[in-house]
Design a protein around this ligand. Sequence first.
Ligand code: HT7
Ligand code: ZN
Length: 873
Amino acid sequence: PQPVYLSDYQPPTYRVTHTELTFDLDPAQTRVKARLSLERHPDVDAATPLFLNGEQLTLTSLAIDGKMLDESTYRVDGQGLSIDNPPSAFTLESEVTLAPEANKALEGLYQSSGMYCTQCEAEGFRRITYYPDRPDVMATFRVTVIGDKTREPVLLANGNPVEQGELEGNRHFVTWEDPHPKPCYLFALVAGDLNKIEDYFTTMNGRKVTLQLWVEAENVAKTDHAMASLKRAMTWDEETYGREYDLDLFMIVAVNDFNMGAMENKGLNIFNSAAVLTHPDTATDAAYQQVEGIVAHEYFHNWSGNRVTCRDWFQLSLKEGFTVFRDQCFTADTNSAPVKRIQDVSFFRTAQFAEDAGPTAHPVRPDHYIEITNFYTLTIYEKGAEIVRMLRNLVGWEAFRHGSDLYFSRFDGQAVTIEDFITCMEEGSGVDLGQFMRWYEQAGTPEIDAHGEYDYAQATYHLTLRQRTPATPGQTDKESLHIPVRMGLVGTKSGQDLTLTLDGEKQGKDTVVHLREDEQTFVFTDVAEAPVPSLLRHFSAPVKIHFPYSREDLAFLLTHDSDGFNRWDAGQRLAMLALDDLIAAHRNGVEKVMDSRVTDAYRALLTSPTDDKAVLAEMLALPTEAYIAEQQPLVDIDAIHAAREFVRQSLAMALRDEFIAVYEANQSNECYAPTPEQIGQRSLKNVALSYLMSIEDEQAIAFCQTQFEAEHNMTDVRHALTLLVHSDRDDLASPALKAFGEKWATDPLVMDQWFTLQVTRPQEDALERVKHLMQHPAFSLKNPNKVRALIGAFAQNRINFHRLDGAGYALLADVVIELNRLNPEIAARLITPLTRWQRFDEKRQALMHEQLERIKAQPLSSNVYEVVEKALA
Ligand code: HT7
Ligand code: ZN
């Protein structure tokens, strides 16, 4: 497979102004008729052939302006259709057949639980009809869907229904019109036996919009939260960005087989059922929060992505980074802002930093790719969002909003670039963003070495910051970035933020220093007492910052920093220092000793009054094994696991009474609601229970059993069951697991949780359980949720996936090889843990390498090929 380069971009030679499609649905032979109004670009030579993408289609007829084409005037190959000498403006009519039932890649038109649905982003439309499948070709669409009245009573497509009727042979049709020009990746069709839940939203200009959720009959009771989330998102986008919805109808459909979370098709969002369905008995708090965030994210795309879209797929972060930033702010505004930031950063520093440090690292705007679906990454989404967040902070909210208004009005109905977005922000703010653009071009996580010096006599504090970005594949030399470092100086005597004077100017108690050079020193004057610097507050830039904090400094910041985010971060850093020692002790075979400063800090956290229980729960959570690994030069799987377990158990033993008190104080009989208060309370109670279960305390076991049996809500039930299954008390865990599995056997989303909690257990039999569960009737390799729940989850079970006999790696490779034939997109994503082989000891490196070579020796899809090739380069 050949890479595509950003530098080769050429505007389309022919544009489609209007598209008419007719689908005659059949599982084995769906017929698709397309009638395209095409125009040659005035600058393009008349001899330029028309090229239309098309894959896995059988062409049955082709005509221009009503005349069938002679076979000598066109050519079809595996990539598409070329037509010689078309007129400058014409109508192209084609007819193709395709087999939705055979489509297991879940791209294009496929069947999920018997219903028809589509996934066209990024390049799925070419599996539906011959078309210029690129986002800079935007057309209005009129779509007729014909289906069986019994099997497909519901026939949906984008826009508004304009016609419907009965046909012979128990068939019927509905015609839909979408007045907004759109690229074909936003096309959608759904047909099946679905139930409708309807509600309304009145827009800021008084227009009534009908909101519909379409689900299978058994899921009707699981839709309230998604509908309420959608209404909140619509209000928020009006109030925050002035964006109003632009059709009379907005639909969401839930499907069981879906490669990602959801898709923002114009007026007809299609969702993975896991990203939309909730019920207190079946979904956890985390799932509720995820649903709210994804519903909002897809809705926000209606402007950031649909009305203004991407010129080409290299600009993917233009819509994804901006939209993730928008959904993060929405969640922060509607729930607990500090918790949202802590959770996002904690995930980012673990997973995106790892991606940026591995063989698949790429810039937020990549300059080449083989398979675009491999680029729906944490870098494009999450680092892209961090860049937009920095921008917002750099120019200030008002100027940012001006820039955003300008962007939406200037480029409405167009397909544009990241430069277009940045130019609007420059015009909206008057700030030069020339150097800032490098964030989009350079891969790798920048690191800052920080050094501070307090001069008593002069009452000055010198802060020196030095930046470097490590080399990444294909990019060895890095230029210096503009890094905004938000900070404060916390006085060691007063315990308060000091008023800052920088370069003679008073700044308040919190300021941003702008690091633009490789190295800069910032001199603060009138610093009345020795401070501890609080750096990178709120994670003001997606970087690693190193400062030689002592444990006393960190314990001090943990209690005195006015910035809640940095208080949490100080706790994480303090725990990391203790963990580093314990990892070294484990490696050297030396007795492990718990650092009493960590125990004291946790005791203080547990016993001090708090009004934000969710933040306290986050503060009590130790860095995960994945995060600890990310901090090590060479990952020592066993030492990390042993050290973290040792800290967990030491804290549980030392603070047993405090944890029990917290657990008991946070019981509630309130009716379940996913409110920040209730979620905070449950999180805190369950963190305490986790610590207690780490020592298999009899009282904790009793708490777990009671919590499991009380069946108050899935958050508590799942947590208690997970703790039992992850303990050595198989006598208790087995019957509980069995009861749970039987109770929820017919609920696929609960069965996903049942699979995950079993294969993430630390005991040695985890791998055998995976193999056994792969034979379970509820498991299927064809369903991406099941693959993620069982195989993906097992690959996160570090101690077992990285077994020294290599059986974990071999199992993953077996699944990748099989999935490569069925669903290449999911297969390629699944390989990720193996691609990080260079981070491990020699033995594991060799074992992982061996499996990558085994995969490479197979006939591969371009998706898997690209990932494996990079991993072995
Ligand atoms: N924009 C959507 C991306 C997406 C996707 C991409 C590749 C293959 C399958 C996919 N399903 C959805 C989702 C989003 O970011 O909102
Ligand atoms: Zn998105």
